[in-house]
Design a protein. Structure first.
Length: 290
């Protein structure tokens, strides 16, 4: 799939909260120019829960056409209705996406065994590579290492996981027991470096919406074994990484991208614009880092 940094991109809206495809095109160009390794559309950062089906199709098509094969385009298709995931996957196939990012079901709170069945159903109905997504803080269910390995064993097109549990011990256990061809990506920017040290291959990043080149270099140098330079980049960005979550994602990063001039600071309810205090903090970081 990819090694390095994938940006989980924001979705630009205009003042009427319609998709701003002109801004989306310019933002994708900004990412490509700054050497990003992959793009993830329609994830949490892209406000996927409030994107309509027809908009989903057009966003995927627009990004895939703009990228034109330069980097993989991965589509977030996860939801808590298994059949809906399978239908969303067909849309990603239709518009020539390169892979799928599928969060484990939220709200339903299934067992580990039912989650395995969920992914088996999905895997059997798509040819695209699947990256699992473990983010218990949002789903209410932690995807345990033994469960991940069972899914990988049963589903041949499940090729990796975005690990955002925040539990380094759990991630270390997974990295120690996984097959070599199973890819582990950090789902938290501040854990990209330690997860690569444990055997991971990169990060699916929020920070790279704003600093794509720096995040690309962080993961590139770490993957090359140059941990001194990787640590230096990590340490410079660490406070910014953390402050992107002082309000619920994607509220702070949407302001950050708007401050760069690539979108308006508009979000669809139930999300709303950042507070004045958050905007001041984010602005200060950007001014000092760029």
């Amino acid at each position: 799939m990819f090694k390095g940094t994938a940006t989980a991109i924001i979705t630009p809206f205009d003042d009427n909260l319609d998709i701003d495809y002109t801004s989306l095109d310019k933002f994708v160009e900004f990412q490509l120019t700054n050497e990003i390794d992959s793009l993830v559309v329609l994830g949490t950062t892209g406000e996927a829960p409030t994107i309509e089906l027809n908009e989903r199709e057009k966003i995927i098509d627009s990004v895939v056409q703009k990228v034109n094969g330069k980097v993989p385009v991965i589509v977030g298709t996860g939801t808590n209705n298994t059949k809906d995931v399978a239908e969303f996957n067909k849309i990603a196939e239709k518009y020539n996406a390169n892979g799928l990012l599928i969060v484990n079901p939220y709200y339903n709170k299934g067992t580990q065994s039912s989650i395995i069945e969920h992914y088996k159903f999905i895997s059997e109905r798509t040819y695209l590579p699947i990256i699992l997504y473990n983010v218990a803080s949002r789903t209410g269910i932690n995807l345990l290492p033994d469960t991940v390995l069972k899914i990988q064993q049963d589903c041949k097109n499940v090729i990796g996981i975005k690990e955002a549990s925040g539990d380094i011990n759990q991630i270390a256990k997974l990295c120690a027991n996984k097959p070599d061809n199973f890819l582990v990506y950090s789902g938290n920017d501040d854990q990209a470096l330690p997860i690569i040290a444990l055997g991971g291959v990169g990060v699916i990043s929020t920070t790279s919406n704003v600093f794509p080149k720096q995040m690309h270099l962080l993961t590139k140098t770490a993957l090359e074994g140059d941990f001194e330079n990787a640590r230096s980049i990590h340490n410079k960005l660490l406070n910014f990484m953390n402050d992107l979550f002082i309000e619920t994602n994607p509220t702070p990063v949407k302001f950050a991208v708007s401050y760069l001039g690539y979108c308006k600071n508009t979000l669809r309810l139930p999300m709303s614009a950042a507070s004045a205090n958050t905007m001041a903090i984010i602005k200060s970081h950007i001014d000092s880092l760029r």
